[in-house]
Design a protein around this ligand. Structure first.
Ligand code: GRG
Length: 295
């Protein structure tokens, strides 16, 4: 196994164990929402955001148990966003991570509650003393994740995305939408290690510059997979953007130029890591991975 694959698998295992520990189980009449939360979160996904948290934290010598909790928090928010995005009122999808979506496996009301439960649990995890001994650091994490996930971040981006189904957007508008919708959580994932490690502004800005390019490259790769991938590879329905006539990086740039733009962004992301030297190689590998992936 390549060193990068091993590192990705190792951080996925760490976050899986942390998630299994923090997600509620058993319960009385509320057990159904617990089961839906566990279904939507455990045993699937590439765990890219947790990898960013854990590798970013390593740059600042942060103990792994702290990073694992921040990694679990961002994955909880990500999983909530997938559950809600798949609902009939949004993307109306039946397949996610190669399995029936949460509202298909359970029901719509349970899926809405499961998403709500995952989102709120993320903040409970960050606020817990096991995340960092200093309350000010925990508050900084809570504030940063709230900003990234909320109306000025992911939720706002999703609103713009819904609006994009009714009018055609220009390239700059798509970039802005994607920075909010997917980029903000990537940025938080990179920033979390810096917050936990009380990093100074130079390294923090370098990580944010990396995250910005990485987020856009990831989204272009996602658009390319929607245009060219198969359902079996990707584990979700493909060809949706074209069917909706939605403006994407691929529809605006064309396949070849979109691929070139993704490569240019990965190059930029890797250059931003220069100040960390060899220690940042796993993050550089992740940037290369996001545009080479087939799922
Ligand atoms: C419903 C508030 C709300 C927000 C939804 C991020 C998002 C906004 C929706 C996700 C839907 C989607 C397919 C977005 C495109 C980019 C993306 C986030 C893909 C899925 O992320 P991966 O590839 O998924 O990291 P895994 O399953 O590997 O974790």
């Amino acid at each position: 196994m390549r060193a990068f694959d091993a590192a990705l698998a190792a951080s996925a295992a760490v976050v899986e164990a942390t998630l299994a520990g923090v997600l509620p189980k058993d319960g009385g009449p509320e057990a159904r929402v617990f089961a839906a939360m566990r279904y939507a979160t455990l045993g699937g996904g590439k765990r890219l955001r947790p990898f960013l948290v854990i590798q970013g934290a390593k740059l600042f010598g942060v103990p792994e148990p702290w990073a694992a909790r921040a990694a679990a928090a961002v994955e909880l928010v990500h999983c909530y966003s997938l559950v809600h995005d798949d609902l009939p009122a949004m993307d109306d999808d039946e397949l996610r991570r190669g399995r029936p979506t949460c509202h298909i496996e359970f029901d719509e009301a349970t899926a809405i509650l499961a998403g709500d439960g995952l989102l709120t649990l993320a903040f409970e995890v960050l606020a817990g003393e096991a995340t960092h001994p200093e309350a000010a650091v925990r508050v900084a994490l809570v504030a940063a994740l709230a900003k990234a996930a909320g109306a000025e971040g992911m939720v706002g981006g999703q609103m713009c995305d819904l609006e994009a189904e009714t009018r055609s957007l220009a390239l700059e508008e798509i970039k802005r939408l994607q920075r909010m919708k997917t980029g903000a959580l990537f940025a938080f994932s990179c920033e979390a290690g810096a917050i936990l490690g009380k990093a100074s502004s130079g390294p923090r800005q370098a990580l944010l510059a990396y995250a910005e390019d990485l987020g856009l490259a990831f989204q272009i790769a996602d658009d390319l997979l929607d245009a060219e991938g198969t359902e079996a590879e990707v584990g979700k329905k493909v060809g949706k953007d074209a069917a909706l006539g939605k403006a994407t990086f691929v529809s605006l740039l064309g396949i070849e130029n979109a691929r070139k733009e993704a490569q240019r962004l990965v190059h930029g992301a890797v250059s931003s890591l220069a100040i960390f030297g060899e220690k940042a190689e796993p993050l550089a590998e992740l940037a290369r991975f996001v545009i080479a992936r087939r799922a």
